[in-house]
Every structure is written in structure tokens, then in C-alpha cells.
Design a protein around this ligand. Structure first.
Ligand SMILES: [Zn+2]
Length: 120
């Protein structure tokens, strides 16, 4: 997620020729105004590319997808942290290392699957 100041990002978007829309970001708790780039892409200053949806069902689906992605990112970071801690121990437990490496691989595989689905 972009941790940049959203106001700064909004100014940047406007400089790029984006127009501010009446719609707000569909991500739960965000509510920032959306911007339309000259290329037609819809951008949230914090969440980046946003998918405009027509129905409530579609909205739920998109929100879910973004939530899953954010969760996976968090899980991935946590696993890397744990692995780092384990490696820094004088005598790391090999089975524990393998368990966490397995978990990391799984998270990355799911992320890849989601990405592939999107580009289709
Ligand atoms: Zn947003």
C-alpha cells in the first residue's frame, strides 16, 4: 500500500491531467475521492488503481479481492519476519524453518494465482 500523503498524491494526479470524480474509493474505510487519468484509468490516491463497479455484488467482489491481497501481503511480511528471527538464532530449528518456508511459498503461490486471474 502507498504510504504517501494522500493530499500530495492527489496534487500529483491533478498535475498529470487527472480529473476528480464524484465517486469515492470502494475500499472499506477509505472514502477518498477517485481520479480519472487521461488514459481512462481510475485511481485512488492511497490504493492506486480502482475498479469501477455497477452493482453491489461487483463491489463486494472487488472489495474482497483487495482485502485478500492486503492480508496476503501482511502474512508474507510476517513470515519473512519470523524466518529472519529464526535465522538469527544461534541454532535454528530446521523443521521450523522448513514449515515457515513452506508457508511463504504457499502465500506467494496464491498471490501469483490472483495476479494471473486479473490479467486475463
Ligand atoms: Zn482508497
Amino acid at each position: 500500500m502507498n504510504k504517501k500523503d494522500p493530499v500530495k498524491k492527489m496534487a500529483e494526479l491533478l498535475k498529470l491531467g487527472a480529473t476528480m470524480l464524484a465517486e469515492t474509493c470502494p475500499v472499506k474505510g477509505c472514502n477518498l475521492p477517485l481520479f480519472k487519468l487521461p488514459s481512462g484509468e481510475i485511481i485512488c490516491p492511497v490504493h492506486g488503481k480502482v475498479y469501477m463497479v455497477k452493482t453491489e455484488e461487483e463491489a463486494v467482489e472487488v472489495t474482497e479481492k483487495i482485502t485478500i491481497k492486503n492480508t496476503l501481503d501482511k502474512v508474507e511480511n510476517k513470515i519473512l519476519e519470523i524466518l529472519n528471527d529464526l535465522i538469527n538464532q544461534t541454532i535454528p530449528e530446521p523443521t521450523e524453518l522448513i514449515t515457515w518456508l513452506d508457508a511463504l511459498e504457499r502465500v506467494r503461490r496464491i498471490k501469483k494465482l490472483i495476479r494471473e486471474k486479473e490479467t486475463k
